[in-house]
Ligand binder design. Structure first.
Ligand code: TYD
Length: 133
């Protein structure tokens, strides 16, 4: 089964354009403790390269596009995010990498926990050890 779990958000569109509302325990399947966004990513820069021990996240590309790689230690899947009405849901212990950001990419991330460096697994060998335990 693919590791790419997409959530399509309902657009509240009218003649003026579009609007999407994100609500915890409604179209976001967890309580939202943090929101952050990545923008102004420089040319040829890739980000991520870590897993989380206990974090649920939904990544939405509000503008531009970027590619996500999700890896559970057994398989890897990639997805190009380019639509503001589609969220990539990441939970469980998954290695993630983000590549090929367009200059105008604004990547919004909704997270279930406050920032906690202790929750990160930043070494791939350690990630493999944890998922194979
Ligand atoms: P990091 O998660 O490593 O970025 P990415 O996975 O996108 O490459 O975070 C980069 C830096 O920002 C790191 O020093 C931690 C800090 N940071 C926060 O302070 N709060 C946050 O919510 C996030 C996501 C990162």
């Amino acid at each position: 089964m693919s590791l790419i779990n997409l959530i399509e958000f309902e657009e509240i569109g009218d003649s003026r354009g579009s609007l999407i509302s994100l609500e915890q325990m409604k179209n976001i399947p967890f309580e939202i403790k943090r929101i952050y966004y990545i923008f102004g990513t420089k040319k040829k820069v890739s980000r991520g390269f870590h897993a989380h021990k206990n974090l649920k996240q939904i990544a939405i590309c509000l503008s531009g596009s970027c590619t996500f790689l999700i890896d559970d230690g057994r398989r890897k899947d990639t997805i190009r995010l380019s639509r503001p009405n589609v969220g990539l849901y990441i939970d469980g212990i998954k290695w993630r990498e983000m590549h090929n950001f367009t200059k105008d990419c604004v990547l919004l991330v909704v997270a279930s926990e406050h920032f906690n460096e202790e929750d990160y697994i930043r070494r791939y060998d350690e990630f493999l050890k944890v998922v194979n335990e």
